[in-house]
Design a protein around this ligand. Sequence first.
Ligand code: NI
Length: 267
Amino acid sequence: MHTLTRTIRFSVNPGRGAETGSAPANGFAGIPSMRGLGRYYELHVTCRGEPRSPSGYLLNIKEIDTTVHAGVIPLIAQACRDNPESNPVELLPGIVEEIRRRLGGVFERVRWNLTPYYSLEMTADTSHVLLRQSFDFSAAHRLHVPSLTDEQNRALFGKCNNPSGHGHNYRVEPCVAVRTGAQPAFGLDQLEALVHERIIRPYDHTHLNEDTAEFGGPSGVNPSVENIARVFFERLAEPIRAGSGGSASLRTLTVWETDRTSATFPA
Ligand code: NI
């Protein structure tokens, strides 16, 4: 089995409805292209199936493009025009229905990036949407295990065992499953408030080993990126459940220590 993912970039421009672009078209930067003070979005459509013979195509990507341009962008453009305060979560079931109507059973999921850092994802099961938003914080840490000797720590962790620690600009991305249609709806504003309270405020501009109980002291764990992802997941999961009245649950949490190293818990 294969999956095929197509990214469609587009702008919703003020006063222009869902126009289909202007020549010369630039699919790389987006069709329609930005005009005036427009909105810029990305849709990632993933299909699942077997490549057909003789084309070798699971699906012709032009069918995905046509589906999005004819069926999905008009829905988003209309909502931007008629009700710019609307919750984008409530648009997703209609978007999925439109894609499935046009592409059929090969459709697997669609991810709508409303910003480079904020996205909503839905599968054919429209009972839930996956909400992701990135955050950042800065902290120092030292990789060190007290039960090992200093020599063993230096051998295991190298420069990361430097006694004074070293710093990272961490990026954190919770992925929250939100039940569609639930009232009150759990959205980005609630997630941002909880992440600020449970993660950013207690850990930003700290030395994790020195300033926090989770990564220092007698019961603290070594602040590896794996342990940070697990500790943060555990700090955030219950407040999201309680704060949403049970309509949202934290699915995973990913922490980037650098742009080349990340850990996700649970996997
Ligand atoms: Ni480090």
